[in-house]
Design a protein around this ligand. Structure first.
Ligand SMILES: Cc1cc2nc3c(=O)[nH]c(=O)nc-3n(C[C@H](O)[C@H](O)[C@H](O)COP(=O)(O)OP(=O)(O)OC[C@H]3O[C@@H](n4cnc5c(N)ncnc54)[C@H](O)[C@@H]3O)c2cc1C
Ligand SMILES: NC(=O)c1ccc[n+]([C@@H]2O[C@H](COP(=O)([O-])OP(=O)(O)OC[C@H]3O[C@@H](n4cnc5c(N)ncnc54)[C@H](OP(=O)(O)O)[C@@H]3O)[C@@H](O)[C@H]2O)c1
Ligand code: HEM
Length: 462
């Protein structure tokens, strides 16, 4: 068995292992500096050993061939496009561990992964893919919270172990992703840009744009056309304070709709052991991002609401009313009930919304048991949806019945946004009916309703 130990003993003296780095560029320099700080000795292999850029103190520089011969483990800090020359070093690199740190500028640029290509160039070496998910900057600064992990893969267990030892000594946590065939996946990691946020972000932008133009035409352009009155200043606060809560409420309901659909699907199929369709799977996987974006929009709504009393338009209207009536207006108890109720329910809804956001922080969710997390996210989540929906119904009050609410035969934005949360809440209520809940609970505990058709088909086949 080969051994690529990190320390070798010479008599009583513990000699630090010498590691080799090919390439004196950004990553090579940062890696070398960290290795030296950790106690390793470092030798660089360079095309120009006498004229390469500034390198960490105490590091040696040699030709590639000489450097390769002096160490067992070689980091290839060179772009894949320049790998060809390594083929000529095959004899010097035979039996060595080659760490491929390379990335590509886009996905599927080459038919095979860079690490597989390197292995093909030097079949006698043991290629390990590692460190490619860290930036030169992160390597130089050492592991921070965000960059604590080093993913690696390779075909030779001893070689992987040798690289793991180095990564662990540098302070990283190693995650073994298996054989070299996983290299392509690792090389795609740094090319991903918030993959799980993409769908929720697109949805948020789409809904915002739709409601912005809908309300712009309905509430501002219509007034200009009908009454020749310019109220375009309302775009900045009034319109924004309609669009944001509307989008927030719709996105909040979109967090809870897939759970309800999943439950009905399980009831219909009579089993929990059948896979959900792909679209439902993907939808369920991005609920956290949907929820956090929805919380962001709700937060904006609350901030916009706070500035209502200091708006010039509001202060002007108040003083105009006082001057024109020249007397204290009569107190309307119904109006007081209505406004206090929807403020209060809105505040309760927002409080719970914040709780959902806080529990989704990894530091908090890690401190909760699965049951506690599920209680807050699922049970209190539905209560949040209920409060926010109720807040909007109370805001509408009797306006649902007034014909004047339906300008140009179109409903106001808050009525449109109530459709989805109302549907989700009604469906959830149906699921809570004791007879339905009992069946669902049994199915989720593993019980299966066998389909007589399937059974007869199965028996025919056997
Ligand atoms: C601010 C905010 C933050 C959020 N953060 C997160 C977050 O960090 N993580 C997250 O996941 N979501 C998060 N969400 C989204 C949402 O709160 C959760 O996904 C919530 O758990 C959804 O509840 P649910 O009851 O609809 O779905 P779930 O609790 O996932 O249940 C849905 C379906 O899963 C299946 N199921 C549930 N239990 C079982 C079982 N025991 N056996 C078999 N099948 C079962 C059933 O089919 C069920 O219908 C967040 C939302 C908001 C607003
Ligand atoms: N920079 C990062 O943050 C980062 C992060 C993760 C992964 N990576 C990967 O690390 C590798 C190096 O990246 P880098 O940013 O350090 O690149 P870089 O700054 O351009 O350095 C590359 C080095 O490769 C050597 N080189 C250039 N052309 C060569 C050729 N034709 N033949 C042989 N050697 C040649 C040079 O060293 P000599 O002049 O000494 O020969 C050069 O300094 C790449 O594969 C990259 O994908 C980089
Ligand atoms: C601190 C908590 C909250 C307060 C004080 C509050 C207050 C208000 C006020 C004053 C309005 C009327 C705005 C206007 O006149 O244009 C309103 C409307 C509305 N609120 Fe809230 N709200 C709160 C939280 C929420 C939350 C968490 C949601 C859920 C997403 C929400 C959803 C809505 C909706 C949909 C409207 C109707 C928007 C419209 O079309 O005019 N609110 N809220």
């Amino acid at each position: 068995r080969e051994c690529f130990c990190s320390f070798t003993t010479t008599g009583d003296i513990l000699t630090q292992e010498l590691l080799c780095i090919f390439g004196t560029g950004d990553l090579g320099r940062s890696l070398g500096q960290r290795l030296l700080q950790t106690g390793y000795r470092v030798v660089y292999g360079s095309r120009r050993p006498h004229s390469c850029g500034p390198l960490p103190e105490r590091a040696q520089v040699m030709s590639h061939a000489a450097a390769a011969q002096s160490a067992n483990l070689v980091f290839i800090c060179i772009h894949r496009e320049n790998y060809d020359f390594l083929e000529t070093l095959a004899p010097e690199l035979k039996g060595k561990v080659l760490v491929d740190v390379s990335n590509n500028v886009e996905k599927n640029l080459y038919p095979e992964a860079n690490a597989e290509y390197l292995q093909r160039l030097i079949p006698g070496a043991h290629v390990v893919k590692a460190f490619n998910t860290l930036s030169a900057w992160a390597l130089q600064n050492g592991p921070s919270d965000a960059n604590r992990q080093v993913y690696l893969c390779g075909n030779n267990a001893e070689a992987k172990q040798a690289v793991s030892v180095v990564a662990t000594k540098l302070g990283f946590t190693v995650l073994d992703r298996g054989s070299v065939s996983a290299a392509k996946e690792l090389e795609d990691f740094p090319l991903q840009l918030f993959p799980e946020w993409r769908l929720p972000l697109r949805l948020a932008v789409g809904l915002t744009a739709f409601f912005f133009f809908y309300l712009l035409i309905r509430d501002i352009i219509s007034v200009y056309i009908k009454e020749k009155k310019d109220i375009s200043f309302r775009i900045m606060v009034s319109l924004a304070n309609k669009v944001f809560p509307i989008v927030s409420l719709i996105m909040l309901s979109l967090c809870y709709l897939p759970g309800v659909i999943a439950a009905f699907l399980q009831l219909y199929r009579g089993t929990k052991y059948k896979r959900f369709p792909d679209w439902l799977d993907r939808w369920m996987l991005c609920r956290k991002q949907l929820g956090l974006l929805a919380l962001g929009f709700a937060f904006l709504h609350v901030l916009y609401t706070l500035i209502i009393p200091i708006r010039y338009y509001v202060r002007f209207r108040l003083s105009a009313i006082t001057v024109s009536e020249n007397r204290t207006p009569e107190f309307d108890t119904t109006m007081a009930w209505r406004t206090d109720s929807y403020y209060s329910v809105g505040i309760l809804g927002f409080g719970l919304y914040l709780l959902l956001g806080i529990t989704s922080l990894p530091s908090v969710s890690n401190a909760l048991s699965w049951r506690e997390f599920s209680f807050i996210q699922s049970k209190l989540g539905h209560v949040t949806l209920f409060f926010c929906t109720f807040h909007t119904y109370l805001y509408g009050w009797d306006k649902f019945l007034r014909a004047s609410s339906y300008k140009w035969y179109t409903p106001p934005g808050y009525m449109l946004c109530l459709v989805l949360p109302s549907v989700v809440l009604v469906l959830k209520l149906l699921l809570l009916l004791p007879c339905v809940d009992r069946s669902l609970t049994r199915i989720r505990q593993g019980w299966e309703r066998t389909n007589p058709d399937d059974d007869s088909r199965k028996s025919l086949l056997t």
